[in-house]
Design a binder for this molecule. Structure first.
Ligand code: BT5
Length: 250
């Protein structure tokens, strides 16, 4: 990858560590963050051997993808932490469209979708009191579908498959840096309402009937919106509204 993907930003991606293979770019970025790395420091790998999603789920990360993590220091109170994930998710969706022309929708909380298939995801890790957050971004750029485990392949796609040609990962990385910096600045400037508007404009399932797996139960109803804390609002059949802070739309 070219060294100048961060050339258009003030701090996101200005310092970028590149690796052929790591366990998880989030782990490398966490160590850098804990050691005082400046905000915006990026870690990029061509392959991860222990890539992870939320709740300890594995994230398949064969060569050809874009696997990266950013060190951020957002100073958000704990209950506002989900805002960062939404801001990064919408930024990556915008970046993919700008770099490749592939239309991306967002599935709450942080899935990047092309049609009904997942092309990427975002994992924000922000230990309480740490003073930093790591935003992990995974995009199946030029991954071969055959390189994904069968159960993942059924519900996944790649940008290469969607675009009909390999995508330029450097260009995509540069757009991600630029869009994340923009969204992050908006978020820090108390502009979460703007992030929410961007997010809703790309939402894959708002207004639709959904089932959401949350710890210990499955909630069914109509996805009505996202609130100020990034929680999903689901109208149940009895007319009441459930507010879900974590979970997964089935
Ligand atoms: C996510 O989790 O979608 C967040 C993924 C974040 C990955 C990045 S890569 C760089 C950084 N370093 C890391 O170690 N992680 C971050 P979640 O919503 O929990 O989705 C996980 C689920 O997605 C899995 O259970 C699979 O069903 C599916 N999945 C796994 N690998 C996939 C892939 N490559 N493409 C599409 N779906 C996948």
């Amino acid at each position: 990858m070219s060294p100048d993907a961060g050339a258009r930003t003030r701090y996101v991606g200005r310092r970028t560590e590149r690796h052929a293979r790591v366990t998880s770019t989030n782990d490398v970025a966490r160590d850098l963050a804990a050691a005082g790395a400046p905000e915006g420091t990026a870690v990029v790998a061509d392959e991860q051997t222990g890539g992870r999603g939320r709740l300890g789920r594995p994230w398949a990360s064969p060569p050809g993808g874009l696997w990266l993590s950013l060190v951020l220091r957002p100073r958000l109170p704990a209950h506002e932490a989900p805002r960062l994930g939404l801001a990064v998710g919408v930024a990556v969706a915008r970046a993919i469209e700008r770099a490749t022309g592939v239309a991306v929708r967002l599935k709450w909380p942080n899935d990047l979708m092309v049609g009904d298939r997942k092309v990427g995801g975002v994992l924000v890790e922000a230990p309480a009191e740490a003073g930093w957050a790591v935003a992990g971004i995974g995009v199946n750029a030029n991954v071969s579908l055959e390189a994904l485990p069968p159960e993942v392949r059924e519900r996944a796609t790649t940008l290469e498959a969607a675009a009909g040609r390999p995508v330029d990962r450097d260009a995509l990385l540069g757009e991600i840096f630029a869009e994340v910096e923009k969204a992050y600045e908006v978020l820090r400037g108390d502009g979460f309402a703007t992030i929410l508007r961007w997010w809703r404009d790309r939402a894959a399932s708002l207004g639709e009937r959904v089932t959401v797996r949350v710890p210990g139960e499955v909630v069914a109803g109509v996805a009505e919106g996202i609130d100020e804390d990034g929680a999903l609002l689901v109208r149940l059949d009895d007319g009441s509204v459930r507010r879900l802070l974590a979970g997964e739309i089935g």
